[in-house]
Unconditional design. Structure first.
Lengths: 437, 464
């Protein structure tokens, strides 16, 4: 295996040169094989002109991933060499299952994947000097907040959550993009105010607290989470926002007090909404015991459990199960379909891929050049990891089921493009770090 | 800060590790239990791919089998309405019930070695085979019981008190499961509720059959009552309410009170033991429990002992008031007296085998509850023998065997009394315990006792 041609890194003035990324290439080939195996199975099960779509889309996506790799190689990009291939396997799984569940969704996802890869390339090109983002934090925090609350007034309700904007041709879920802005804002804010937040400027008994100025933005975050929870009925997104927020505060200050205090606030907020809002009570009720409501509000989660339980260890085999019984299986509950057909091993495999992702993300954060970059990397990693955890825990009934997507796998343009941008930012942070990971 | 980030990363990876463990638990440990749900429509899908296994009675008669005609798998029940409630049905439109539903995973070849072989059969496009289930039921006796229930509403349960094996579980009115889809509209509008398995789901006042429980209760707290004499003037007054008896029994002892079914004495015995002791005995007999036989049993219900007023206690002691039980529970109460106070756990399934004949489950005699002591059950047995010999249950006698029994004529809001009989045979070495109820048929001695005798005699002839 050659080490490849050595390119100079155009974005850096250091004399260090980039490697040829042969690892990434080889792993992408494996991912392509994996995808083609799946698509071929689908094709053989139902050969026909229409069924050509699946292998064709699979080949195109595999090629597109390789193209991104080649572009990076040519431009001397030094971002992490594992994340793209991990993502490729996740995306491939999603695409194969969407074609299996409903070829219409498969075709649309196919387009979104190409757009997503385009955004990834743009992110690694245009935002490679991402540090300027730190300077305008209040501006885009404000912009983000406005986009976020738009759906409350103009939004469209879907699956019980009112978090979509309808543009006719396509629907747009602002919260998917705003979450990245939130991470960048917090990274910038926390790295600036870290000292004050850690030490505190006044003391309250044995706890030293910072002043109101430092507190306020954090309280605003708490408010936003509750806003999502109450007005958009988007419990999952609220949980992800708040979890990421706490994770970043902890990473920045190491003060477990903030985390506990934050959890306390969230729990009290959640309890109040439990008492005030029927839809929250309903969620908790069917989480504790969905079986008496199997005909109505408990239908979705019980169908999900049937699918997971039916899969066994090896699964029914691709295209051999009955995941069609699960409502919104193409989106939030796609993991249950994977478990039914690929079994425990397939499901655990997906989780392990997310673990790899979090592992690489954490490494990037540890090797980041400064605190802003480190916090941003940690935040983005936590965001993705928590989102995967929350939805998988939801469909297995470990946590109440909430409507969020499984990153890179579920159907959904907003989610897919946003996660590709997230990936791009993580890669940019690793690109500028001096250490070779 | 690096330390924190490291810890954060480890924590999130830890959360995902928890997910893997939980998913494994859900999939491997809980999987069978979760998916064996009538609402899981996958079973209906498997139905078309798998040759569903047969269900046999104890003699090897086919009770249910799948016949393949062309592309379609048809489930056939040779005994039709005789076994309809027991076996249940599997219908694409109307769901899955009974033993068919309970043993779905075995019948569809999803357990044991079938799990692996059918996995490959499916991949290779070969026919998948289901396992088979053999019941403790005797189809011949089941047929006799159904004949006696013909044109009536009611239920009959026959079981082996020494092992708990259920030989007959009949409920009427019934339906022909072979044409369920056609019958359905009329089944669900029929006022006599033919879909209900009265043997286990029925909620009946047990009437005087319940006196054997009341007797066990009083002897547990007041052993000297064995020799006590009671006086029955033909009525009893409780808190100013007068409960009338069917006759003036005069001076009776406990055995005679059972044989003559004296309401006055037993209402008094209920009051003498108190609500708490009474409730404790009822629980000891398993009346309030579902013994778990594979089909759902309605646990008995009664007024809570905490606020059971004396009139309610006196009524409950003679099986009236708020006391409601299923025929299976009363058969088990008779079995308790037959088996020296010990109740064996009732069961319906003798063996479960996979498609290659390998045994996966074997039904066996297992102890369930200690209802009362051998001494007390001996006293009650004597009263029950006398009831058949000289008392209210004479019609239950079987030539050549000594039957012990207790009749009941339970008052209810729907008209004539329910005719009850519970008992066992042979009295000295019981091998059969029975409960018969005919709804609104009149007196237990005249209606239920002869039917029981007929069934017991048929069973004895078959060497049970």
């Amino acid at each position: 295996m050659s080490t490849g041609v050595q390119y100079a890194a155009p974005h850096l003035n250091t004399s260090r040169s980039a490697k040829g990324r042969p690892m990434e290439r080889n792993l992408l080939f494996l991912a392509a094989l994996y995808m083609l195996a799946g698509m071929t199975t689908l094709y053989l099960d139902a050969p026909g002109i229409l069924a050509y779509q699946a292998p064709a889309a699979g080949l195109t996506v595999a090629a597109a991933f390789l193209l991104v790799h080649l572009y990076w190689k040519a431009s001397g990009y030094k971002g992490d060499r594992f994340l793209l291939s991990i993502t490729a396997v996740l995306v491939s799984t999603g695409l194969v299952f969407l074609f299996r569940l409903d070829p219409d969704y498969g075709m649309r996802q196919f387009i979104w994947i190409l757009i997503g890869l385009g955004s990834l390339v743009l992110t690694t090109r245009l935002l490679v000097d991402f540090r300027f983002l730190s300077d305008y934090k209040y501006i885009y925090a404000l912009v983000g907040l406005i986009i976020l609350i738009l759906p409350i007034f103009f939004g469209k309700e879907q699956g019980g959550a009112k978090s979509w904007l309808d543009f006719g041709l396509f629907q747009f879920q602002p919260s998917e993009f705003v979450k990245i802005l939130v991470v960048l804002f917090l990274a910038s804010f926390l790295s600036e105010n870290k000292a004050v937040l850690t030490a505190g400027t006044r003391s309250l008994g044995w706890i030293s607290l910072p002043g109101l100025q430092e507190w306020a933005p954090l309280v605003v975050m708490w408010g936003i989470s509750l806003l999502l929870l109450v007005f958009q009925r988007d419990l999952g997104t609220a949980l992800i926002y708040f979890g990421t927020f706490l994770a970043m505060v902890y990473a920045a200050t190491a003060r477990i007090f903030y985390v506990l205090f934050g959890l306390g606030l969230f729990v009290s907020g959640a309890s109040v909404s439990y008492l005030l809002f029927g839809h929250v009570r309903e969620r908790v009720l069917i989480w504790l015991n969905p079986w008496p409501f199997i005909d109505g509000i408990g239908y979705q989660i019980t169908q999900s459990l049937f699918a997971i339980g039916s899969g066994g260890i090896l699964g029914a085999g691709l295209n051999q199960g009955y995941p069609g019984y699960i409502p919104v299986v193409h989106s939030d509950l796609i993991f249950s379909a994977i478990c039914e057909e690929l079994g425990l091993l397939g499901g655990a495999g997906m989780i392990i891929l997310f673990m790899f992702f979090v592992f690489r993300g954490t490494k990037i954060a540890l090797h980041a050049r400064d605190e802003f970059a480190a916090l941003a990397a940690a935040g983005l990693t936590a965001l993705l990891g928590l989102q995967a955890f929350i939805i998988i825990a939801g469909v297995t009934k470990l946590l109440p089921l909430t409507g969020v997507t499984l990153p890179f796998i579920s159907y959904g343009g907003s989610s897919l493009v946003a996660n590709f941008i997230l990936l791009g930012l993580l890669l940019n942070i690793s690109h500028e770090s001096d250490d070779s990971l | 800060m690096k330390q924190n980030i490291k810890k954060l990363g480890i924590m999130i990876i830890g959360l995902l590790v928890v997910l893997i463990f939980y998913l494994s638990y859900l999939n491997v440990v809980r999987g069978s239990e979760i998916t064996a749900n009538p609402y899981n429509r996958r079973f209906q899908e498997y139905e078309n791919q798998v040759r569903r296994g047969a269900i046999y009675d104890i003699e090897g008669n086919v009770l249910a089998e799948t016949k393949i005609s062309g592309d379609e798998n048809k489930r056939v029940y040779p005994f039709g309405r005789d076994t309809a409630h027991l076996l249940g049905y599997i219908s694409e439109r109307y769901g899955r019930t009974g033993l068919e539903s309970e043993y779905d995973r075995y019948l569809l070849g999803m357990e044991g070695a079938d799990r692996v072989s059918n996995y490959f059969n499916r991949l290779l496009d070969k026919e998948q085979q289901g396992g088979e289930v053999t019941l403790t039921i005797d189809a011949y006796l089941q047929g006799i019981a159904m004949d006696m229930l013909e044109g009536r509403r009611g239920a009959i349960v026959l079981l082996d008190p020494g092992t708990g094996a259920i030989r007959v579980m009949a409920s009427s009115p019934s339906f022909d499961p072979n044409i369920l889809e056609d019958l359905w509209p009329q089944l669900i509008t029929d006022d006599s509720s033919p879909l209900i398995n009265r043997a286990v789901q029925g909620a009946y006042p047990p009437g005087s059959t319940f006196k054997i429980v009341t007797a066990a209760g009083i002897l547990a707290v007041k052993p000297d009552y064995v020799d006590k004499t009671f006086y029955c003037p033909g009525y009893i007054e409780v808190n100013g309410y007068r409960l009338n008896d069917t006759a003036v029994h005069g001076e009776v002892n406990l055995s005679e009170a059972i044989a003559e079914s004296c309401n006055t004495t037993f209402a008094q015995l209920g009051l003498d033991q108190g609500a708490q002791n009474f409730a404790r005995t009822v629980n000891a007999f398993g009346i309030m429990k579902d013994p778990g036989i594979g089909i759902t049993v309605r646990p008995g219900t009664m007024a809570a002992s905490g606020n059971m007023i004396p009139t309610e206690l006196a009524s409950s002691a003679i099986g009236q008031g708020e006391m409601l039980v299923s025929p299976l529970h009363m058969a088990l109460a008779a079995a308790a007296i037959a088996n020296r106070g010990e109740i064996m756990r009732p069961y319906l399934v003798e063996t479960v085998k996979d498609s290659r004949g390998e045994t996966l489950q074997q039904g066996s005699a297992r102890h369930w509850l200690s209802a009362t002591t051998p001494e007390i059950s001996g006293v009650i047995k004597k009263g029950m023998i006398d009831a058949v010999r000289i008392g209210t249950a004479k019609a239950a006698a079987v030539p050549g065997f000594q039957v012990a029994g207790k009749t009941g004529s339970a008052q209810n809001p729907h008209g004539q009394t329910h005719a009850w009989f519970i008992g066992f045979v042979p009295a000295d070495q019981p091998s059969l315990a029975v409960a018969v109820i005919f709804e609104n048929a009149g007196s237990g001695g005249a209606e239920a006792a002869p039917a029981a005798a007929h069934l017991l005699s048929a069973a004895l002839n078959r060497d049970y």
